[in-house]
Design a protein around this ligand. Sequence first.
Ligand SMILES: [Ca+2]
Length: 495
Amino acid sequence: MNKTSIICGVSILSTALVSCNDTHKSSKQPNIVFILADDIGYGDLSCYGATKVQTPNVDRIAASGVRFLNAHCAASTSTPSRYTLLTGQYAFRRTDTGVAAGNAPSIIKSDQKTIQAMLQDAGYTTAVVGKWHLGLGVDTNQNWNDYIAPGPKELGFDYSYIFVATGDRVPCVYIENQRIVNLNPSDPVEVSYTTPFPNEPLGIDHPELLTKLHHSAGHNMAIVNGIGRIGYMRGGKQALWIDEYIADSITAKAVAFIERSKDKPFFLYFGTNDIHVPRWPHPQFVGKTGMGPRGDAILSFDWTVGQVLEALERNGLTNNTIVIITSDNGPVLDDGYKDMAVELLGNHQPWGPLRGGKNSIFEAGTRVPFIVSWPKGGVAKGKDSHALVSHFDMFATMAALSGQTLSDDAAPDSFDQLRAWLGKDTKGREYVMEYSSTVSVIEDDWKYIEPTKQPNPKLIAAGNEAGLSNQPQLFNLKDDIGERNNIATEHPDKV
Ligand SMILES: [Ca+2]
């Protein structure tokens, strides 16, 4: 299919009368806002059944679009999930796509195709704001006090305002267009993941300095803002973030990008810090859910979504912006800090009816909230879809949306699922693969989990069942969405 016919195809899907003349393309292409929550589970949002926490802004988008009930991220942890999203390649094709340290080099190679570079070719202005977690630079000895490359710019983002890894990993600074924000040259940033810096107090030795959160596991190295972290860091005192204002800071940058990009199509890839640990949300949310910081951080996430929606509305962009809200992996309660996530959970079910969670090959690890809204694109309002959809398809689907033809070497594992994503095809993919120490395959109602070779398979990771076994596992998700009855021996043909 050539580019013109793809554009025509998109216009048929759309209720708008879109010209198939390329000269009008830029004025007709929808803006793309992709909001990627961190560790929000299938049952954490009120539009997915939560009752102890209300997420009216996310619910508003669900009411204006399609809520997917069988949507999947690529992996049950951050880095491989995000790598697959942006490259359209299974992370397990490579061995170096596991959860990245704060000083990891760029995991996406400069010669790899990325969704953002593809959208640049389609005429989009592109930005990444918030969580990156895909490495920066050529090796682990980055000079943090200079321009750090390769990074988002070299990989197709015109603008970036990121934190490099996770809230619980050093360096705890914002990096705008690959330079640390508010860096005082006389107080350079140094980072190590192997060796403490002399005279820098550590959480393990100085619990009296942990004025905000104490660790329950790990997170006992550098102390920033009264919270222990993973990794060692020195310097950059003026540049350090304050956890309770991270949502404010990154949301302001996302909104500013929307404001200044409104006159031509843009792609905003917005990775929130919420609700990853350390959960230390803005005071306006503290105590509001009764579930402690984890529940309150969900409110912070919803507030962020609301700010983005207001910015779109204020600039007249709501009608022709496709908004996608999803999560990078499933939920976790105690993820290394004593934040009472377990004790205050009550009857809230972050995983919904699913088994497992973050770090798990069971469904709660990788079946995630997924909401698509695009008023001008004719997306049904308030519709539920059971179509099998996956983050893998973001690349090819956005290529179709923007009228691009993929080159043969781009996004090998990504397929155009635009009709499913717009709620017009009720089947979606033939199958999905997921990854968490092993692979699983879902096809029709069946889910198969590949056995692992370890003699004593790991059962628990970060409080969640890993779901590994040295025997094949087969579940019928239609009858057994909680993956309780392994029926592999009864169905050797399916295995
Ligand atoms: Ca995550």
